[in-house]
Ligand binder design. Structure first.
Ligand code: OSB
Ligand code: MG
Length: 373
């Protein structure tokens, strides 16, 4: 039985090693939202709510997620007994629309807690089959094509198996062309974070000549229909990120032909149950899925790595090691990647990382503890 007695919400700020620019803005620091879960026997674990500072990815932001967890998520889980974590999501969805990242932070924490209680790794708990995960890097928009080429070259030299180039109008075709010319064999893709509209179809279709593995979320964040027309015009597979908010949207994508690949981020779809459901739907239909990232700390990364160990995650994930993002992570043994671009899946019980409690305490800017009544 899972029985949550105490939930602690904690915000801390971690400076990014280098600014990360996507079409909707630049980040220099990550506001990190951690959750600490404790059951009646004193068993505990940590999770992370990935909502960003501003509602410029989906409609959620850290401050809305904090409110949603405190007001509506926590009261439904604190003091409630769940036989297993897969029954949590329906409870969170009853007459409670949206707020997927808020729901996911807590739902995933309960998966982490279940793994700790059962003394198995999180990967094993969900049926993971991989012992290491192929890793790709997401490279932010750079000031000019040569600067991007340099980043891409360094990433390949470090072993990354896939490079993802962020693009936006004004920083797209020339940038991708320069990287392709410099690195003809690179496994590469582009991510527009919904910076384009149907008026840009010809421009987007011109990316076909660069032999990209996929083009991620070119059109609006909640669109499925306009992507159909674009996919018909393009040879390059479209991968949806923002538009896939749950299993139903994954099904719609396939029915409509809005795209051919899905980037699964457990935060965006509301947690592990939904992520596993999308994985299970896609796998027999030969729809490749891979695990995206939200600039998580080492704690959030533990969940992504475990999820990506499922057999249908057939493409490299955005699961860069700690040193890609931070001078120092908030876990004691940081995430590393080997020269072949592989990240090892932990086999120890629970989430498989050890939070650095002193560092977390020192960095904390906001704290709130909620108890079962
Ligand atoms: O679209 O995948 C995205 C980061 C923040 C918001 C959206 C996205 C991203 C990334 C970063 O691409 C991937 C990572 O965590 O390394
Ligand atoms: Mg994306």
């Amino acid at each position: 039985m899972l029985h949550l007695r105490k939930l602690t919400l904690r915000e801390l700020r971690l400076p990014l090693k280098e600014p990360f620019q996507i079409s909707s803005g630049t980040q220099t620091e990550r506001r990190i939202f951690l959750l600490h879960l404790q059951d009646g026997d004193g068993i505990e674990t940590w999770s992370e709510c990935v909502a960003p500072e501003f509602p410029n990815y989906t409609s959620e932001a850290i401050d809305t997620a904090w409110l949603a967890i405190k007001q509506w998520v926590a009261p439904r889980v604190l003091g409630t007994s769940f036989p297993s974590p897969d029954v949590v999501r329906p409870v969170l969805d009853q007459n409670f629309r949206g707020h997927n990242m808020a729901k996911a932070g807590v739902e995933m924490g309960l998966w982490g807690l279940a793994a700790t209680i059962r003394e198995v790794s999180l990967s094993k708990l969900i049926g993971g089959t991989r012992s290491s995960i192929a890793t790709g890097i997401s490279i932010g928009i750079q000031k000019n094509p040569p600067a991007l080429v340099e980043k891409a070259r360094a990433a390949l030299a470090a072993g990354y198996q896939k490079i993802k180039l962020k693009i936006k109008p004004g920083s797209d075709v020339d940038f991708v062309a320069a990287v392709r010319e410099a690195l003809p064999e690179a496994h590469m893709m582009a991510d527009a974070n919904n910076a384009y509209s149907s008026a840009d179809i010809e421009r987007l279709a011109s990316l076909d000549r660069f032999n990209l593995i996929m083009l991620e979320q070119p059109l609006a964040w909640d669109d499925l229909l306009r992507h159909v027309e674009l996919q018909k015009r393009m040879k390059t597979p479209i991968c949806l990120d923002e538009s896939i908010t749950g299993l139903d949207r994954a099904q719609d994508m396939l029915t409509l032909g809005s795209g051919r690949i899905i980037n699964i981020k457990p935060g965006r779809v509301g947690g592990f149950s939904a992520s596993i459901a999308i994985h299970d739907f896609c796998r027999p239909r030969d729809v490749p899925v891979w695990c995206g990232g939200m600039l998580e700390s080492g704690i959030g990364r533990a969940y992504n790595v475990a999820l990506a160990s499922l057999p249908g995650f057939v493409l490299p994930g955005d699961l860069s090691p700690s040193a890609r993002y931070w001078d120092r992570d908030i876990i004691t043994t940081e995430w590393t990647m080997d020269r072949q671009g592989m990240v090892t899946v932990p086999t120890t019980p629970g989430i498989g990382v050890t939070p650095d409690l002193n560092r977390i305490e020192n960095l904390t800017t906001r704290l709130e503890t909620l108890n079962a009544k």
